[in-house]
Ligand binder design. Structure first.
Ligand code: FAQ
Length: 313
C-alpha cells in the first residue's frame, strides 16, 4: 500500500472508533504524541510515589500504614503498565528513564508540592486521585489499544484510592478541632495545584486539537477541569471543608459551577522545573535508579543465561 492509502486506512479506523494496535501502520506524529503522553503519565505514577511515600514511616496506625503501603505500591504498578504500553510503540524503557532523570521529559506538576501533614495523604487521595480519575476514565476509550487497556485497570485502582482518601478525611473531620484544621489546611494548599493537573487552558494547549482529532484525548483540558469541579464541590460540602476559591458558585444558567482562574504562571514555573520540590523529586529518582543498577544487571544476566538454555538457579 502507498503511504496515502495507509493514512486513509488509519484515519478510517480512528474515525470508526476502532483501536489502533502496535503492529498497525500509524503516522509518526501519532506515535510520537502517544510516547510523549504515555511516558509523562508513567513518570508521574513513579514520581507520584514520593509525596505520599514520605508518610509510610509516620502513618498514625498500623492500619493506615498498611493502606498507604498498598496504595504507593499500586502507583508503581501503574507506572510499569504504562512503560510497557510505551514500549509497544518502540520506546526504550532505559531511554525514557534517562529522559526523566535528566529533566528532558515531564511528569505531572502536582507531585512537586510537599506533603506537610498526614491530612495531605487523604487530600491527595481525594483531590489528586479524583482529578486523575476525571482525566483518565475517558482515556480508557483512547484510540491506541495498549494505552486504553492499561487505563481500564489503572482507573479501577485509582477509584479505590480516591475512596480511601475520602474515608481518611471523613475520619479526621469527625476528630478533634486540630485534626479538622489539618484537613482544611491541606485542602487550601492542594486545591489549585489539583486544578492545574488538567493542563493549561485550551487556548494555550498546543497539543489538544491534534490529540482530539486522533482520539488520543477525548475531552479538552478545560472540559475535564469543569467536570472535576462539578464533581468535587458537593463532596467538599459533605466533608465540611471550604474550597479556597471566592469565585466558586453554582451557575444555574450553565448547569455548572463557576470557578476562579488558577495561577497559570505558577503552572509554567512548576512544569519548567522550578516548583517547590522538583529538584528533590528528581534527585531521589536518580539515586534510586543508580542504586538499582545491580538489580538490572543481575536480571539481564539471568535472562541471558535462560536464553542460552542454561538452567535457572
Ligand atoms: N504537569 O498541550 P498540552 C497520576 C505539559 S495522575 C506537567 O495541554 P497535552 C495518578 C504537556 O505535557 C497525573 N506538564 O498537553 C497518581 C505539554 O508539554 P510538552 C498524570 C504538563 O499532553 C495519583 C505542555 O504542558 N496524568 O499520576 C501538565 O495535550 C496520586 C502543553 O500542554 C497523566 O499524565 C501538568 N499538569 O495535555 C499517582 C494523564 N499539563 O510535552 C500518584 C495523561 C500540561 O508538549 C498519586 N495525560 N503539561 O512539552 C494527559 O491527559 C495530558 O498529557 C495532559 C496534558 C492533560 C496532562
Amino acid at each position: 500500500m502507498t503511504e496515502r492509502e495507509l493514512l486513509e486506512r488509519f484515519e478510517e479506523t480512528v474515525g470508526k472508533d476502532r483501536r489502533i494496535e502496535p503492529r498497525d501502520w500509524m503516522p509518526e506524529g501519532y506515535r510520537a504524541t502517544l510516547i510523549r503522553q504515555i511516558a509523562q503519565h508513567a513518570h508521574s505514577e513513579i514520581i507520584g510515589m514520593q509525596p505520599e511515600g514520605e508518610w509510610i514511616t509516620r502513618a498514625p496506625s498500623l492500619r493506615r500504614k498498611a493502606i498507604l503501603f498498598a496504595k504507593v505500591q499500586d502507583e508503581a504498578g501503574h507506572g510499569l503498565y504504562l512503560y510497557s504500553a510505551a514500549e509497544t510503540l518502540g520506546a526504550d524503557r532505559d531511554d525514557l528513564t534517562e529522559r526523566l532523570i535528566s529533566g528532558r521529559q515531564k511528569y505531572s506538576s502536582i507531585f512537586n508540592y510537599p506533603t506537610l501533614s498526614f491530612a495531605d495523604v487523604g487530600v491527595i487521595g481525594w483531590l489528586v486521585d479524583g482529578a486523575a480519575i476525571c482525566n483518565q476514565v475517558p482515556l480508557c476509550r483512547t484510540s491506541y489499544g495498549p494505552y486504553g487497556r492499561a487505563m481500564v485497570r489503572i482507573c479501577k485502582e485509582e477509584s479505590f484510592h480516591q475512596r480511601q482518601g475520602y474515608e481518611l478525611l471523613m475520619t479526621m473531620m469527625g476528630g478533634t478541632p486540630a485534626q479538622r484544621e489539618m484537613v482544611q489546611d491541606a485542602v487550601n494548599r492542594w486545591w489549585w495545584p489539583s486544578l492545574m493537573m488538567f493542563g493549561p487552558p485550551d487556548a494555550d494547549s498546543p497539543n489538544t486539537a491534534r490529540s482530539m482529532a486522533w482520539k488520543i484525548k477525548r475531552h479538552t483540558n478545560d472540559e475535564l477541569r469543569q467536570r472535576f469541579v462539578d464533581m468535587t464541590v458537593p463532596q467538599a460540602e459533605r466533608l465540611g471543608v471550604t474550597l479556597p476559591d471566592p469565585g466558586l458558585r453554582w451557575n444555574a444558567g450553565r448547569g455548572h459551577y463557576d470557578f476562579g482562574e488558577p495561577d497559570w504562571a505558577e503552572l509554567k514555573r512548576v512544569i519548567s522545573g522550578d516548583g517547590p520540590c522538583n529538584a528533590e523529586r528528581i534527585a531521589r529518582r536518580r539515586a534510586a535508579h543508580e542504586e538499582g543498577a545491580w538489580v538490572r544487571e543481575a536480571a539481564a544476566a539471568y535472562a541471558a543465561k535462560r536464553a542460552a538454555g542454561g538452567r535457572a538457579a
